[in-house]
Design a binder for this molecule. Structure first.
Ligand code: AMP
Length: 274
C-alpha cells in the first residue's frame, strides 16, 4: 500500500493506472461502516483508492472542524489490513489553493431542506470537495454510505448533471450489534447518551415493523417513533421519497425515513430505506 501526500504524486500514480478503480472518500477515523465500503470496492475493482481528508468547506463556522477525530496511524493500519492500494491524504492548502475559487452550488430544492436547512452551505462544500477528488482520482466506481442519504442523493445528482463518467455505488448502513449506526462522532457520546442514542434505531425498527403491517400513514408512524424517542432532543424526523420530496404515505421501495437527534453538541443522524 502506498500513502500519497502530494497532488503531484497522485497525478503521477493515476496516470500509471490502466485498470478499474474503486474510490472510497472519507474524513478518516475509520470504523466498520467505512470498512464495509472498502470491502465492497475491493470485490468489484482492480485498484482501491481511499482518501482521508477532513474537508473544511463543509463545516459551518460553529461546527466541530477542529475537534473532528483524527486517527491517521490507525486509519493507515485499517487500510493496509483491508488491501487498499493507495491512501490519498492531502492537506487543506493542497485542496484549496486560491481564496476566490470557482464554487459548486448544490441544487436548492434538495439542499435547503433537512441537513441543508440546519447546515446551510454544507452540501456546497461536500460537492466541491467530492468533485475535486473525482477529478483527481477519476474512479470507475465511487462508494458512498446510505447513512448520509441526502449527501448520496446530491452526489448522484451532481454526477448526472455534470455528465461525470463515474458509477456511484450506494452502500448499506452498518450498525453496532445493539443497533446504533456507526459514526466517527459516536466517540463524543457519554455513556448515558450512548444508551439514549439507541432509541433512534429502535424507533426506525418500529417504523419498519409498522410498515410491514401495512401502516402507511406517516403521521401515524411518526407518532409511534416519537413515543420511543420521547426523551431525546430530536432535530427532525422526515419521510421523503428518493427525490427528497416529503411524502404523506409510505411508498414501498421508494421511501427514506430520516432522523437527526442531538446530544449536547453531537448530532446523530440515522435513517431507514423502505
Ligand atoms: P465520513 O468519513 O463520515 O465522511 O464517511 C465516509 C463515507 O462512509 C460516507 O459515504 C458515509 O456515508 C459512509 N459511512 C459512514 N458511516 C457509515 C455507516 N455506519 N454505514 C455505512 N456507511 C457509512
Amino acid at each position: 500500500m502506498q500513502i500519497i501526500n502530494t497532488l503531484e504524486e497522485l497525478i503521477k500514480v493515476r496516470k500509471s493506472i490502466n485498470k478499474s478503480i474503486g474510490f472510497v472518500p472519507t474524513m478518516g477515523a475509520l470504523h466498520d461502516g467505512h470498512i464495509s465500503l472498502i470491502k465492497l470496492a475491493r470485490e468489484n475493482n482492480q485498484i482501491i483508492i481511499v482518501s482521508i481528508f477532513v474537508n473544511p468547506t463543509q463545516f459551518l463556522a460553529h461546527e466541530d472542524l477542529d475537534k473532528y477525530p483524527r486517527k491517521d496511524l490507525e486509519d493507515i493500519e485499517i487500510c493496509k489490513n483491508n488491501n487498499v492500494d493507495y491512501i490519498f491524504m492531502p492537506n487543506k492548502e493542497m485542496m484549496y489553493q486560491g481564496l476566490d475559487e470557482v464554487l459548486i452550488k448544490a441544487p436548492k430544492l434538495s439542499s435547503y431542506i433537512l441537513e441543508g436547512k440546519t447546515r446551510p452551505g454544507h452540501f456546497d462544500g461536500v460537492l466541491q470537495v467530492v468533485l475535486k477528488l473525482f477529478n483527481l482520482v477519476r474512479p470507475t466506481n465511487a462508494y458512498f454510505g446510505k447513512k448520509d442519504a441526502q449527501q448520496l442523493s446530491l452526489i448522484s445528482q451532481m454526477v448526472k448533471d455534470l455528465f461525470l463518467d463515474i458509477n456511484i455505488i450506494e452502500c448499506e448502513i452498518i450498525r453496532e450489534e445493539d443497533g446504533l449506526a456507526l459514526s466517527s462522532r459516536n466517540i463524543y457520546l457519554s455513556k448515558e447518551h450512548r444508551i439514549e442514542a439507541l432509541k433512534i434505531s429502535q424507533s426506525l425498527n418500529k417504523a419498519k415493523e409498522l410498515i410491514q403491517n401495512n401502516i402507511i400513514d406517516t403521521n401515524e408512524i411518526k407518532f409511534e417513533m416519537i413515543n420511543i424517542m420521547n426523551t431525546l432532543d430530536i432535530e427532525y424526523i422526515a419521510f421523503v421519497n428518493r427525490e427528497f420530496n416529503e411524502i404523506k404515505y409510505i411508498e414501498k421501495n421508494n421511501t427514506i425515513i430520516l432522523i437527526v437527534a442531538k446530544f449536547n453538541n453531537t448530532r446523530l443522524l440515522d435513517n431507514l430505506w423502505v
